[in-house]
Design a binder for this molecule. Structure first.
Ligand code: CUA
Length: 369
């Protein structure tokens, strides 16, 4: 009796575990939808692989059902029965006709799939026709830098593009020889706009993207690149061509210089020189005020910082509160001990007043203000 009860409660526990696993799997699959959904393409370079994967998935599903069905059929039909005399079934070895059939059918399926696949790979690799916008993408630890060579514009984390225009990304990662700590492979992936492509130090790789409609397309680094890999996100802001032209005009103007004697002017001085032998912002960042060429620093360009919505690898909203917290203690904001890795935004040991002045200066770096 007791054994029976124990067996029943064990079986109930098993049922509950199975139910929990099924529910968790359903939840995990539900997260495949949403903003980073490769099955919801928003432009031709994401549409092409999508149009290929659907028929291939259908063929794979049919093969799966047929093979599993045959296995289940055989297991049930040829199971051991009570009245079995224990003798072995008739043993067969080899069936030339069957073997030819199950070799030829998969070979034909693979050959048929290979034609559009190879064609698609070349189409994705080629430079697109028509009016193409070029954007250089540089992978840093841990943020993406975007440079528009046609307009001499630098930005970080957020890439603006015009809709219905093919964009050719020329991608690389920071140079491992100049910067041994940073030279690692990253991967740029905005699932609704294109497949993923690696960014390799010392090499240039290419990726085409295009958005049919205005909007914000979310992406991230898709290649493990160190402890903060999960904090390396990217945004593509697609806008109507007219809005994009306005964006370019705004970004191509020099940063505003605060008037002498203002609090912001104090912040600007601190930006260039913190004193006490402390590292200043200007050693790594650039605020271009119109003299000479724009020179990228090792950190993100801040010329029009406040035109962006996010910062720090696009993991924090760019507002006064977060900016202050970041300047006060960057490690806490990235949940990461940068000192152990030896790179990234340092803690500048700022006093309250220095913080206020620097934040006031940063907040005026906005072309639309
Ligand atoms: Cu960069 Cu992962």
């Amino acid at each position: 009796m007791r054994d029976n009860r124990r067996a029943r409660s064990a079986s109930r526990r098993r049922t509950r575990t199975t139910t929990a696993i099924v529910l968790l799997a359903a939840l995990a699959l539900a997260s495949c939808t949403g903003e980073q959904n490769a099955l919801d393409p928003a432009g031709p370079f994401a549409q092409a692989p999508h149009d290929l994967i659907i028929p291939v998935a259908i063929i794979a599903a049919v093969v799966f059902v047929v093979v599993q069905g045959l296995i289940i059929y055989s297991v049930v039909k040829f199971r051991t029965r009570k009245d079995d005399d224990g003798s072995l079934p008739v043993q067969t070895h080899g069936n030339t006709r069957l073997e030819i059939v199950w070799t030829v059918i998969p070979a034909v399926i693979l050959a048929v799939i290979a034609v559009p696949t190879v064609q698609g790979i070349f189409e994705q690799m080629d430079e697109p026709d028509g009016d193409v916008l070029t954007v250089e993408v540089i992978g840093h630890r841990w943020w993406f830098e975007f440079y528009y060579p046609d307009f001499d514009i630098y930005t970080a984390n957020e890439m603006a593009i015009p809709t219905d225009t093919p964009v050719r990304l020329e991608m690389t990662a920071t140079d491992p020889i100049r910067d041994p700590e940073q030279g690692v492979v990253h991967s740029f992936w905005v699932p609704r706009l294109a497949g993923k492509q690696d960014l390799i130090p010392g090499q240039t790789t290419f990726l085409n993207i295009q958005a049919d409609a205005p909007g914000r397309y979310i992406g991230q680094c898709a290649e493990y690149c160190g402890l903060s890999h999960a904090n390396m996100r990217a945004r593509v802001e697609a806008m109507e061509p007219g809005d994009f032209d306005a964006w370019v005009d705004a970004q191509a103007t020099p940063a505003e210089v605060p008037e002498d004697g203002t609090f912001e002017a104090q912040g600007r001085e601190l930006y260039h020189d913190l004193g006490d032998g402390r590292q200043a912002c200007a050693q790594c960042h650039q605020v271009w005020e119109g003299d000479g060429d724009r020179q990228p620093g090792t950190g993100p360009d801040l010329t029009h910082l406040m035109s962006r919505e996010e910062f720090a690898g696009a993991i924090h909203d760019l507002d006064e509160e977060n900016l202050r917290a970041w300047l006060e203690d960057p490690d806490a904001m990235k949940a990461m001990q940068y000192e152990e890795i030896g790179i990234g935004m340092p803690n500048l040991d700022l006093s309250e007043e220095e913080l206020d002045a620097l934040v006031a200066y940063m907040l005026m770096l906005d072309p639309d203000a």
